[in-house]
Design a protein around this ligand. Sequence first.
Ligand code: NAI
Ligand code: MG
Length: 353
Amino acid sequence: KGLRIGMIAGDGIGRVVLPAAQRVLQNVPGIPTPTFVNLDAGFEHFQKTGVALPPATVQTLKNECTAAMFGAVSSPSHKVAGYSSPIVALRKEMDLYANVRPVKSVQGTEGRDVDMTIVRENTECLYIKQETIEDTPQGKVARATRQISERASTRIGRMSFEIALAAAEVKKQRGGNYGWQGPPTVTIVHKSNVLSITDGLFRESVRAVAGDYPGVVVEEQIVDSLVYRLFREPEKLSVLCCPNLYGDIVSDGGAALVGSLGLVPSVNVGDNFIMGEPVHGSAPDIADRVPSIANPIASIRSAALMLEFMGYVEPAAKIYDAVDDAIRKGFVTPDLGGKMSTDEVTEEILRNL
Ligand code: NAI
Ligand code: MG
């Protein structure tokens, strides 16, 4: 297969930031020359064809691709008959059970000293989307089923411990005197004081595998007080192991700490496949701007993270450094207070490579 990467740009700024990531992947030294295949998915594709995630996209990913990059898709907040979010479906189809979201500030810039990784369970919780609504004499009542399984919680726990160990190792090798300085630490995020059965199972399942990682300190925190800590003392947080919904919410909060959603990457990880994906959405408020002012960094860092999880640690580090240099030199888009366009930022990152 070589390095064949499925590119699912999706909607809105996904169409702008994914090509930026592609340019970086084409120019980073130290990896086999990648080839790319553009694949359809998203709301606009649904409006044209009635299908949000074409089976051909999934088949091509499974049969031809070594990895993938996903841009963003729009999902209306109201129910649209026949439409459901392709990213949620794709994570399930490809069994990408963990969403790993490093939130790091750049040394030498203003702002909080943050260096944490949110590890979000990706397949269950409320996102199984089993919702019902019924008319009752007192009015409508809607219900949602929340699924937490021992299997999914255990594997997300293991992933969190592995990441804590890997992060500590990288820190040792690359130095850096910002953000989390303590021993490898995993904080289990839950609400088992109220949801003692579902969150209770999550918490116990993660704790049950902690014994296999004696080098990692295990903490836990109720999700609401975790959010408080996130804003009060983010420099004291390291790896956060979260059920799906809490992980989704906490990571946008984390993005605010480092300045913009346009900075925060993620990678969807399964046992057999990796898919990079910026944390942000399709940003309809800026999607039509010409020239584009969408920040390409989240997407470019997601490409690096994808490489890192495929074992290309050095090439990934080169991309992170090229991005940090660009930010330090002031090559930033308006979301970070700058005046640069998507292309100007991307080209500076390419020069730094
Ligand atoms: P959003 O992340 O698209 O935008 C939130 C705010 O951040 C906006 O003001 C936007 O301009 C800004 N922003 C986001 N990314 C940026 C970037 N790279 N550069 C500069 N500014 C950036 O979230 P929102 O507005 O809640 O959702 C918009 C659409 O995106 C919705 O249809 C939603 O369903 C979808 N969405 C899709 C996701 C995905 O595909 N994984 C994730 C989140 C939302
Ligand atoms: Mg989200």
